[in-house]
Design a binder for this molecule. Structure first.
Ligand code: APR
Ligand code: ZN
Length: 244
C-alpha cells in the first residue's frame, strides 16, 4: 500500500494535503473525538459563538485551559516535518488544515490554509482590530481591546461562525486543482470542512488516507487507506518516495 501511495504522489500533477486533529496527537495535543477526545471532557457548546457571546469569561477560561496553556509549548512531529519536506521537494502544493495549533508553519510548511483560523491571532469583536497572542495578557479574562475596549476573541472558527476568507476560497480552489489528495487524522464529522475531501474526490483526485482508525471517508471516498499513526505512516511514505 505504501509503495502504491508513493507512486501516486510521485506521478501526481498537483498533490494537496488535508489535515485534522490526528496529525497533532503525537505532538501532545488531544483530538476532539475518540477515546481521549476533548469532547469527552468538555462540552462542545463552549465553542459555540452564542455561548461565547453570553458566557464570555467561562468560555475564555476553558479555551485558555484547553488550548493556550499548551500553545507555543508543543512542537511539530515527524508527520508535520514530512509535509514540509514534501512541499520543499515540490511533491505537495499546499496543506489545508482544520487545526489551529500553527504546527504546520512551525514545521516549515509555507502554503498552509487554516480553514478554522488560528490561535495565534486574537480579534476584537467590536472594531475587528487584530492582535498577536503574544501581545495579550491571558491572566485577565476576557481580554479587552486596547483600541476600543471591546471583547477580544481567539481567531479560531467557533461553531455557528463562517469560515474565514481567504482561507475558505483558497482551500476550495486548491482542492479543485488537485489530482492527489492526502487526508491525515480527521474524522470527517464537521461541515463545511468535510466537504473539502469530497470535493477533491468529485473532481477526480485520488484519495490517500492516513488514520489508525476508519473515518467517515474510509469506505466512501478513500482509494488508498494507510492504517497507521501519522508519524509512522509519513516515515514509511517518505522511505518509499526515496526509492522511486
Ligand atoms: N495519527 C493520525 N490520526 C490520528 C492519530 C494519530 N496519531 N490519533 C488519532 N487520529 C485520528 C482519529 O482516529 C480521528 O479520526 O484523528 C482523528 C481526530 O478526529 P477529530 O478529533 O474529530 O478531529 P477533526 O476531524 O480534525 O475534527 C474536525 O471538529 O471540533 C471541531 O473544529 C474542530 O477542527 C475540528 C473539527
Ligand atoms: Zn476594538
Amino acid at each position: 500500500m505504501y509503495a502504491k501511495a508513493a507512486q501516486r504522489i510521485k506521478s501526481s500533477r498537483r498533490c494537496v494535503a488535508f489535515t485534522g486533529a490526528g496529525i497533532s496527537v503525537e505532538s501532545g495535543i488531544s483530538p476532539f473525538r475518540g477515546k481521549n477526545g476533548l469532547w469527552n471532557k468538555y462540552d462542545p457548546q463552549i465553542f459555540d459563538i452564542h455561548y461565547f457571546n453570553t458566557h464570555t469569561k467561562h468560555s475564555w477560561e476553558v479555551i485558555r485551559e484547553i488550548f493556550y496553556d499548551l500553545f507555543g509549548k508543543v512542537r511539530p512531529n515527524a508527520a508535520h516535518y514530512a509535509m514540509a519536506e514534501l512541499e520543499a521537494n515540490n511533491m505537495l502544493s499546499a496543506v489545508i488544515t482544520q487545526n489551529v495549533d500553527n504546527l504546520h508553519y512551525d514545521a516549515g510548511s509555507i502554503i498552509v490554509h487554516e480553514f478554522h483560523g488560528s490561535l495565534k491571532t486574537i480579534i476584537c469583536l467590536s472594531c475587528r482590530a487584530k492582535y498577536k497572542i503574544s501581545e495579550i495578557d491571558l491572566n485577565i479574562l476576557p481580554p479587552k481591546c486596547e483600541k476600543c475596549g471591546g471583547i477580544l476573541k481567539p481567531g479560531v472558527v467557533f461553531f455557528g461562525e463562517d469560515i474565514p476568507e481567504p482561507a475558505r476560497t483558497n482551500s476550495f480552489n486548491e482542492t479543485k486543482k488537485a489530482d492527489c489528495f492526502i487526508l491525515i487524522g480527521t474524522t470527517g464529522m464537521v461541515a463545511p470542512a468535510n466537504m473539502i475531501p469530497t470535493t477533491a474526490k468529485s473532481n477526480g483526485a485520488k484519495i490517500i488516507e492516513i488514520n489508525p482508525c476508519v473515518s467517515e471517508y474510509t469506505s466512501s471516498i478513500t482509494d488508498i487507506f494507510l492504517e497507521d499513526k501519522a508519524t509512522i505512516a509519513m516515515e514509511k511514505l517518505m522511505e518509499e518516495l526515496e526509492k522511486i
